[in-house]
Design a protein around this ligand. Structure first.
Ligand code: AP5
Ligand code: MG
Length: 213
């Protein structure tokens, strides 16, 4: 199955994509994770992306396209969940062409719906493991005692002013993709509120209904 998980920053895309990987065997392909890894390793892509990510702006389409298409090809074009890609109409059009060229179209776009107030709460309380990138939430999903507290850090783009900019970039550049995928009969909306397992159950139900339809 080839999926996209879609939604605003902090909607829970990474959290739910991780569960789909563990439980459905889909590989999570997160352009955000790939970019952060490149930044950590100071590769040419990482150096180019840094200024954009730190301001909460989108990295240029041509750069992200290569990262996403290479990752899909590396995984064998099947059984993946794209987390954070596509994010602009241009990226979506390229992904549609890529699916046509390889005869591997996207099966469904899961859109997580979460109000802004919840997003701000989730992002301001999010923490990540400095080495593994594992994501936690101080209240809902705290790091286990076995993890060294010095390695639990806040993402640089989770500062309040950057969160605000990421949200406005999302509204302007990314949200229009809901219509793009609704027009192609691929959009599946899922209520992203409630606890992590509740949301996961809704995703499972939505996917089962779609497969059965
Ligand atoms: P990216 O890393 O993709 O960031 P994002 O889209 O802003 O999304 P987040 O990772 O912040 O949120 P999420 O939806 O994954 O939520 P999470 O599961 O962590 O991108 C970062 C940057 O890279 C971009 O700003 C851009 O610069 C660049 N970039 C990446 N892709 C690009 C592209 N295609 N084009 C151009 N630029 C690109 O959950 C959030 C928190 O809430 C966590 O603490 C989690 O534990 C908690 N939580 C999750 N679910 C629940 C729940 N149900 N209840 C309670 N807490 C929950
Ligand atoms: Mg994420």
């Amino acid at each position: 199955m080839r999926l996209i998980i879609f939604g605003p920053p902090g909607a829970g895309k990474g959290t739910q994509a991780g569960l789909l990987e563990q439980r459905r065997g889909l590989v999570q392909i997160s352009t955000g994770d790939i970019i952060r890894e490149a930044m950590k390793n100071e590769t040419p892509v990482g150096k180019e992306a840094k200024a954009y990510v730190e301001k909460g702006e989108l990295v240029p389409d041509t750069v992200v396209r290569k990262l996403a298409e290479n990752a899909i090809a590396d995984e064998g074009y099947d059984d993946y969940v794209l987390d954070g890609y596509p994010r602009t109409t241009q990226q979506a059009e390229w992904l549609t062409e890529f699916g046509e060229e390889n005869d591997t179209p996207i099966d469904a776009v899961l859109s997580l719906e979460v109000p802004d107030a919840v997003i701000v709460e989730r992002l301001s309380r999010r923490r990540v493991h400095a080495e593994t990138g594992e994501t936690y939430h101080l209240d809902h999903d705290p790091p286990p005692d076995s993890v060294d507290p010095d390695l639990i850090v806040q993402r640089d783009d989770d500062k309040p002013e950057t969160i605000r900019n990421r949200l406005s970039v999302y509204r302007e550049e990314t949200q229009p993709l809901e219509d793009y995928y609704a027009d192609r009969d691929a959009l599946v909306t899922v209520d992203g509120q409630g606890d992590i397992e509740e949301v996961y159950t809704r995703i499972e139900t939505a996917l089962d209904e779609r497969v059965a339809a």
